[in-house]
Design a protein around this ligand. Structure first.
Ligand code: SF4
Ligand code: FES
Length: 254
């Protein structure tokens, strides 16, 4: 490499290093093979303020402690697998920038609440997905198969547009105090996904889904705390969707 190219590379390295800051990630660790109790562990890491929490977790896992366990897949806010409590609030690690979460103080990272922790930041998602399956999250129709697409007006499509955006990250359900106290509650995410089909003019199982949600563990458990709406990384108006399902149950119009 020529001296000029080396100088440029060194200068680039220095410039890159100059805006790094040191942050402390305070992570709640749990490994049942070591202890029945969880414990906090601090990691000091040099990061770019524009890094995402997920980047820093990768740095810790790849460079400091390979046993750190968390889920992630797409890294772009689509798969919903890296919901976690960051400074006490449910967020997606891949959508949260370090500069936005007060890097001056230790940044706490914990598993989402209300679901059993399997290891570190990984929880057992089975109850969450069971509630999702229970509301029949698919189009139900009767009669002969149509010979052309099932048409729908723009207005009819608009009725459930918001709830189609769900990525099943569980940030809403695991921020709900009713779900923390009683894991039997269907939870906001299942109701959001029921809403998506109940209000679809092409679907014919709305009554059935409403009856499922009329259960003692259904929509009536919602206490309208809005935690779910605040937590949703997709900006879905979760509480509003739950209210619409409640209204449909009373009026039987949807
Ligand atoms: S409604 Fe929002 S917070 Fe809840 S599972 Fe769907 S995307 Fe996640
Ligand atoms: S890793 Fe897929 S949503 Fe964050």
């Amino acid at each position: 490499m020529s001296t000029a190219v080396m100088d440029k590379a060194e200068a680039d390295d220095k410039a890159a290093a100059s805006h790094l800051i040191t942050v402390t990630f305070r992570i709640r660790r749990f490994n049942s093979e070591i202890s029945d109790e969880s414990r906090w562990e601090d990691f000091a890491v040099d990061v770019d303020p524009k890094d995402r929490v997920l980047d820093v977790l990768h740095k810790i896992k790849w460079e400091i402690d390979g046993t750190l366990t968390f889920r992630r897949s797409c890294a772009h806010g689509i798969c919903g697998s890296d919901a976690m409590r960051i400074n006490g609030r449910n967020r997606l690690a891949c959508k949260t920038l370090i500069k936005d979460i007060n890097p001056e103080k230790p940044i706490t990272i914990e598993a989402i609440k209300g679901l059993t922790v399997l290891k570190d930041l990984v929880v057992d998602m089975d109850p969450f997905f069971q509630a999702y399956r229970d509301v029949m999250p698919f189009l139900v129709t009767t009669g002969n198969e149509p010979t052309r697409e099932r048409l729908q007006s723009a207005e009819d499509r608009e009725r459930f547009d918001d709830t189609t955006k769900c990525i099943l990250c569980a940030a809403c359900t695991s921020s709900c105090p009713v779900f923390w106290n009683d894991g039997q509650y269907f939870g906001p995410a299942a109701i959001v996904n029921a809403h998506r089909f109940i209000f679809d003019s092409r679907d014919e199982a709305g009554e059935q889904r409403l009856e499922i949600l009329n259960d003692r563990d259904g929509v009536w458990r919602c206490r309208t705390t809005f935690n779910c709406t605040d937590a949703c990384p997709r900006g879905i108006e979760v509480t509003k969707a739950i209210q619409e399902v409640k209204k449909a149950l009373i009026t039987r119009r949807f």
